[in-house]
Design a protein around this ligand. Structure first.
Ligand SMILES: [Fe+2]
Ligand SMILES: [Fe+2]
Length: 308
C-alpha cells in the first residue's frame, strides 16, 4: 500500500507477537479459507516496478469469476468514474494498481466469508452491515480530515471485524462458550472473549490478516481497533497515517453501532477512547456534516455487499 506509513507498527512490533492463547486457539482451525493464488500473484507483480498495467490486467483476467465482480465494483458509484470501464487493464490505468489490488482483495474476502455460511448465534447479514457502516463512516472521517488514505480506511473498516467471523465459523466450540458467558454475565463481546479465550477477536483478526499477507495497515486495524492506544503505546504523533487509520476505524466502529436513522447516537460514542476523540478532533458540533457525508458514503458502498 502506498498510503499510510508503518512507523507505529515497527516501533511496537513486539505487540504483534503471537501469545500462547492465540497459538492454542488457531491450532483448532482446520479449514481456514485461503485467498486465491491470484492475491499472491498480484502482490508479487506490484512489488516489481517494471510491471505494466497490461501484465497485471492479464493476471487478474485469468480468473473469470473475479473479472465480472471487479468490473461491477469499479463501475459503481463508490469509485465514481464518469464513463464505463470495460476491461481490467483499463480499470488499472484509470484507478491505479493499489485500488485494483484492494478491489480484488475485498472481492476475495467477501467470497470466502459470504452470506451463506455461519453459526446460528452469529448473524452474517448484520455482521456485514456493521462492517459496511464502519467502513463508510471511517471513510467519511478520512475525507473530512482530508486524509490521503480514504480508500484504505474504507477497506480497513470493511474488514476490521474479520476475527469475529473466523471465531464464529471456524472455532465455533469456543464461540459457543463466549455466547454462554455473555448470556450469563450480560457482558460485552470483548469482555466475554477476554474472559473465555484470554484474547479478543482483534488478535484473531490480526493473525488472519498476517496469514493472508494483507497490507500492514489492514493487519494493524484488524488487530488493534479495540486497543488503539495500546497499538500506539503513546499519544499519537500528528501525521502518523497508520495510527490515524486505526483511530478512524476505532471511532467509526463505535459510531456505526449507534447509527440510527442517519444520526449518531451519543451513548455509543462513549466507547471511543478519549485520546482518539482528541486526536481526531471529534466534536459533536461537527457531526452534522459527518452524518450527511456518511449517509452518502454508505449508499455508495452498498455495491460491495452486492457482490456477496
Ligand atoms: Fe471489533
Ligand atoms: Fe466492529
Amino acid at each position: 500500500m502506498e498510503g499510510p506509513g508503518h512507523a507505529g507498527r515497527r516501533r511496537y512490533a513486539h505487540l504483534n507477537s503471537e501469545s500462547t492463547e492465540l497459538r492454542a486457539l488457531v491450532q483448532k482451525i482446520t479449514d481456514l479459507p485461503t485467498l486465491p493464488v491470484m492475491m499472491a500473484t498480484i502482490t508479487r507483480l506490484m512489488q516489481d516496478p517494471r510491471t505494466s498495467a497490461e501484465e497485471l490486467g492479464r493476471a487478474i483476467a485469468s480468473d473469470p469469476s473475479l473479472v465480472s465482480k471487479v468490473l461491477k465494483l469499479v463501475n459503481s458509484a463508490f469509485y465514481g468514474f464518469p464513463g464505463h470501464i470495460s476491461t481490467i487493464t483499463q480499470a488499472i490505468v484509470i484507478l491505479g494498481f493499489s485500488t485494483i489490488r484492494n478491489v480484488v482483495l475485498t472481492t476475495s474476502v467477501l467470497k470466502a466469508f459470504g452470506r451463506n455460511s455461519g453459526h446460528k448465534g452469529f448473524n452474517v447479514e448484520s455482521f456485514w452491515e456493521h462492517s459496511l457502516l464502519t467502513g463508510a463512516i471511517a471513510r467519511s472521517l478520512a475525507l473530512e480530515r482530508e486524509a490521503n488514505f480514504a480508500e484504505e480506511t474504507f477497506i480497513a473498516g470493511l474488514l476490521h471485524d474479520m476475527g469475529r467471523i473466523v471465531l464464529s465459523q471456524k472455532i465455533s466450540g469456543e464461540f459457543e462458550k463466549v455466547i454462554a458467558h455473555r448470556e450469563k454475565h450480560g457482558s460485552s463481546w470483548i469482555a466475554a472473549e477476554t474472559a473465555v479465550l484470554g484474547l479478543t477477536h482483534g488478535e484473531i483478526g490480526g493473525w488472519l490478516a498476517r496469514k493472508w499477507n494483507l497490507p500492514a495497515p489492514f493487519i494493524d486495524v484488524m488487530h488493534w481497533h479495540h486497543q488503539p492506544i495500546d497499538y500506539l503505546g503513546i499519544e499519537p504523533a500528528p501525521n502518523n497515517d497508520t495510527s490515524n487509520l486505526v483511530f478512524m476505524v476505532h471511532a467509526a466502529d463505535a459510531m456505526a453501532k449507534g447509527l440510527k436513522d442517519g444520526k449518531i447516537d451519543l451513548a455509543s460514542t462513549a466507547e471511543i477512547h478519549h485520546l482518539v476523540r482528541r486526536s481526531l478532533k471529534l466534536e459533536e458540533a461537527g457531526w452534522d456534516s459527518l452524518e450527511r457525508r456518511a449517509a452518502d458514503e454508505i449508499e455508495k458502498a452498498r455495491a460491495f455487499l452486492d457482490i456477496l
